[in-house]
Design a protein around this ligand. Structure first.
Ligand SMILES: NC(=O)c1ccc[n+]([C@@H]2O[C@H](COP(=O)([O-])OP(=O)(O)OC[C@H]3O[C@@H](n4cnc5c(N)ncnc54)[C@H](O)[C@@H]3O)[C@@H](O)[C@H]2O)c1
Length: 428
């Protein structure tokens, strides 16, 4: 039983590079039966009853009303004018064998002009960019883009996933504290407001649910969280959990479960796509580094087991290495210890494809954020932590990083949403 909601869902991407075009092309292929959307929980997941309440295991789409792939329409913005076909060719993730099958449909997805401040992405020189006297003016232009796109496509509603480049590292400042201070900063062109934040703000104002797939400060600041609450908009972030960090949050819970100590975890990566080029700038890398370093502490909880994890060295490196393109290689060396403190090692060599791992996350986030929004879930969607390296959370304490704990949380929420829906339809 599938019970998709009526109407088209517009999926908007600020940043139409490797990840966005791989996701868009994949959906276009899947809905024609020319490819399989492998890795998507919406498409392949099964929700068993994590509460132990005895409900039968159910396929995700049979449990909650998700938009069907046929109902999705795609749009977005980029600092380069390339349509999605040209951008996919440039990204060199999918082969011509796949791109040829959907070439006209993909070429019809053309980016709208971007908002871009080069000081935030130093390695790129955008040419397809908006002009505006103030950042407030830029937000208005983006809002107009959203309204026009929805109207032209005959869509009912929209969601947005930031798949733009990683911006330089910044911490929230006073301007990010409240709606009032942020709106004042928009009018005065506060330099601490980046392009990513303008897209998020425009989407929130248009009540478009928003996910941040990159590690930069996008929607995870108090003013945006306040706005999301006030306007009843679902948000999620940040930084897609794909290759090395995904594996880290699979393996680390195993060490913790068996009470094996860890002295050090050294992680290094080589990648050669445009994302790698952007991350070659130390200030953009800093955003990624902070995001990647956060995961182990919440899994090992060194304060509860200082003898096992209290002195752990954790190091993360990324090197831009053009020959590898999107086919990243990540090495991990884990120095761990067991009974009586005897040392052991584990080496991992992960040869993955960055955008192939990110595309199903994009699809799931679009479908689940839309579900959350239609179900009246506003503000930070902690249950979507499963998809992020640095999960947003509103409450006190640490975010959960353990992939299996995150999965349980997501399943429990999907079950709750299905019950809310059942109650709502029973009351009709
Ligand atoms: N597995 C993964 O691929 C993965 C995992 C985690 C996070 N991410 C993040 O996802 C994002 C996208 O990754 P990618 O591999 O597609 O990178 P990419 O470089 O191929 O695409 C990013 C696109 O954003 C555009 N862009 C930059 N600034 C913009 C702006 N202000 N407005 C509109 N467009 C803008 C660029 O021109 C580019 O086309 C990056 O931030 C990356 O760190 C990717």
């Amino acid at each position: 039983m599938n019970f998709a909601p009526p109407g088209k869902l517009a999926v908007l991407f600020p940043g139409m590079g490797a990840v966005a075009t791989t996701a868009i092309a994949g959906v276009m292929l899947a809905r024609r039966g020319l490819g399989a959307p492998i890795g998507s929980f919406a498409e392949y997941g099964v929700v068993d009853d994590v509460s132990g309440g005895g409900s039968p295991a159910t396929k995700t789409r049979d449990l909650v009303p998700l938009a069907s792939l046929d109902q999705l329409v795609f749009g977005g913005w980029d600092i380069f004018e390339d349509d999605a076909l040209a951008a996919a060719r440039h990204a060199d993730v999918l082969t011509e064998k796949h791109l040829d099958l959907i070439a006209p449909e993909l070429a019809a997805v053309r980016p709208m002009k971007a908002v871009f401040y080069p000081e935030y992405v130093k390695r790129l020189h955008g040419t397809w960019v908006k002009e505006g006297a103030t950042k407030a003016d830029m937000v208005e232009q983006l809002r107009q883009d959203i309204r026009t796109f929805i109207k032209e496509q005959g869509a009912d509603r929209a969601v947005a996933v930031w798949t733009g480049s990683t911006e330089t590292y910044i911490e929230p400042t006073a301007v990010h504290a409240t709606i009032k201070s942020f709106e004042k900063g928009l009018l005065t062109n506060d330099p601490a407001i980046s392009a990513a934040q303008l897209y998020a703000w425009a989407c929130l104002k248009e009540r478009v649910p928003y996910a941040n797939g990159s590690p930069n400060l996008g929607v995870e600041f108090p003013a945006a969280q306040e706005l999301a609450h006030d306007l009843g908009v679902a948000i999620a972030g940040k930084d897609f959990k794909t290759g090395q960090t995904l594996m880290k949050t699979v393996i680390a819970p195993g060490f913790r479960a068996r009470n094996l100590g860890v002295r050090g975890w050294y992680s290094t990566n080589i990648l050669g796509n445009r994302d790698g080029e952007v991350l070659d700038d130390p200030e953009s890398f800093k955003s990624k580094e902070v995001s990647k370093l956060g995961v182990l502490d919440s899994i090992f909880e060194p304060e509860n087991a200082p003898d096992l994890y209290g002195n752990m060295a954790h190091k993360v490196r990324i090197d831009y290495y053009p020959p590898r393109g999107d086919q990243k290689e990540g090495w991990d060396n884990i120095d761990f210890f067991g009974w009586l403190g005897y040392n052991m090692q584990m080496k991992i060599d992960l040869l993955c494809r960055d955008s192939i791992l990110a595309a199903p996350i994009v699809l799931d986030l679009a479908l689940f954020l839309d579900l959350a929004q239609r179900s009246g879930q506003m503000g930070t969607q902690e249950w979507l932590s499963f998809y992020f390296k640095s999960p947003m959370h509103d409450g006190a304490g640490r975010p959960v990083h353990d992939l299996f704990a995150q999965l349980d949380r997501m399943k429990a929420t999907l079950r709750t949403l299905s019950r809310v829906r059942a109650l709502a339809s029973a009351a009709e």
